[in-house]
Every structure is written in C-alpha cells, then in structure tokens.
Design a protein around this ligand. Sequence first.
Ligand code: ADE
Length: 396
Amino acid sequence: MTARATARDGALAPRLLAWFDGHARDLPWRRDPSPYRTLVSELMLQQTVVATVIPYFQRFVARWPEVTALAAAGEDDVLAMWSGLGYYSRARNLHRAARAVVERHGGALPSDEQALAELPGVGPYTAAAVAAIAFGRRTFALDGNAARVVARLAGVEAPIDRPATRTQLRVLGQEWVPADRPGAFAEAVMELGATVCTPRAPGCARCPVAARCRAREMARTTEIPARSPRRARKVVRVACARIFREGRVLLVKQRTGLLAGTWGLPARELPQDGASASPARVLVSTLHRLGVEPRSLILAGDVRHVFTHRDVTATVFDATPAADRAGRAAEADRRATDDDVRWVSPHELTTLAVSSFLRKLLEVPAASRLQGPSPTRRPGRGSGRGAKGDKRLESP
Ligand code: ADE
C-alpha cells in the first residue's frame, strides 16, 4: 500500500473541479464571496453542518456586512447572534479576529496564509481555507471532510485524528492542489466529503474520482479512515436553580468553560465522589449569595445534555427569592444590576446569548406552585442537532 501522491493523480484536480462545477450546492457564502464572508462561514462551519449554519450566516452578515462593522460590535451582541450554534469560543474568536484585522491590517483581511493564521482563533485550517477560497492561494485546507477524502483516495490507514497523520494528509492534499482555481479545489474536496465520500456508506458509484481511490481498490472504504479509540466523555452532575420573580428568571453570565460568555442558571457542579451529596445542599451557598432561601427549593426535574466531551445531568430546582426576609431580596436586586447577573423576561431570552442547554433547562415544566417564563425559540434556531451525518452531537 502506498500513501503518496502518484503520477496517476494528475487528473484528480480537473475531474474534481469538473464535478464541482456541476454539483456545487448553492450556499449563501458562495454567492457574493468576500474574504470576510469566507472567514465567517469557515468559522461557523467548524463542528457544525451546513444546514444549521445557513440561517446563522445570513443573519450574521446582514447585521455585520463588513469586518469593520463586526469589529465595532459589542461581544454580547456577537454572542447573542451565535445563540444556539454552540462552541461559543468561535464567536469570541471571530470578534477578536475582526478587531485584529482593523488594528493590524487597516480593516482588510490579509491574503497571506501566515498572517491569517496569526489572527486570534484562526487555526491552520481556517487560514488555509480563507487563503485558498478568498485569495486564490495555492494551499490545501484540511478539515474533517477533506481528511476523510484524502485518506481514502491515498489509502492512508493510520488514525486520521493523530497529528502525524493530519500532517501526512495535508502534504498529500497539497500535492494535488492545481495552480488554477485552488479555492474551488479546496471547496470541491470538502463538498465531495460532505455529499459523496461520507463517513458511512460512501457513494462510490457517484464519485468522480472513484477510479483513483486506493481505499476502494483495496475494498477498505469501511475501515478508512481509521480513528483512535475515543476517550470516554466525562460524566458530570450539576444542580441548578430557576429563581423566578414577576415572570422573570435570574441568569448569570458564564465566565469560564465551554459556555463562557453565554447566560445560564445559577448552578454548582456536584462533587465527583459525592453519590450522597444532595444537589439542593450543594446549591445552598450559591443561593444565599443571590438572596434565595434554600427552603423554597422545589425539584422540577433532571435534564441530560451530551456535549462533545461532557455528559451532563442537571437537576433543576425552582425557587422564589426570599422577598420578605430582611436584606436578602435586596441583595438579589443589587446583584442583578451587576453586569453578570440579570432578571430576564421571556422576551429578553430571545435577544441574549443563551445556549441550547439553558433552553432545555428552562423547558422543564415548572415545579408546582411556581410560574416560570416559557422561553420562546427564535425562528430557525433549533437545537442545531442534525440528522444523519451531523458533525456534532448536540449544540452546547
Ligand atoms: N465546510 C467547510 N467549509 C465549507 C465550504 N466552504 N462549503 C461547504 N462546506 C464547508
């Protein structure tokens, strides 16, 4: 088995490009392309399928049509626009990258791959994709779809998640990039991976380059690409409180972790070893700080949410602030004027940066005797969970 580019690869690019010309999906970032639109779409498309990204992309570029407009925006607004798309560090990075483009490059994205890679949060894949697609640079962008395509075409048996294999795949892919239309070639490879050379049951009969595919020749399209055994997800239990007052719920800004920058319920993680730890007891100090009497807690239910690396079960309690207890509610009010604590109405929930996880927690029917706000979903902002072939399990 040889995993290297060979002379017979010569016809690869023309065949793929001809196929792409006839089969490219009509996607909004392919109409009116610009370096900024390419950057936005490529960051959104990391970890997320095309169908989920389309409405987010359209809203995002309608609100901030140029990189300078995005640079001038507030981070909260950018995160709110990203609500439900998941992997919120992408939004913070995109915003920081826009500011860096204004500060370092006078508001025009650099065309050089290295300068692109030096922008905050722009990794080797995104830098190569923007350089090739937006600036016609002769470089190869290796995302998950492209890695699968190259591994099959070249018959690479090593696990494709290993850094050394990724390097090998990038070098192989780079040898195939044509001098003419390198950006279309990058997109053609991704498109083939997304629509034909799929993880399971690849459509080899429809593949324009099947005759050059080593994995097919060896009848190993099921085994290639190989992956290292997955590490088990960390199982986490948390207790959280829905504290209601006059139809509003108290939310806190998450400062760290996967959901940093989004709004969430006051919550505490339960100790790993604490099979005996009572979720309500664990919440006590958090609630005291917010002026809530732990005695008013009523169990609403459990919610499970599976993130890429964490399997979280949250026990949801409903509570009312102890308005009649001296000072306590006043404390909640004082805290609620801080930047990171807020009483939020159902309507405001549609304008803030909130995760799909929070929406799920708010959808648990209210515990008896309490009335909570019922969050409204924004049109077109589903959980982002995709059907078959989705790249991620659930949006955070
Ligand atoms: N996935 C990553 N980049 C893409 C693009 N430009 N078009 C379609 N799917 C993609």
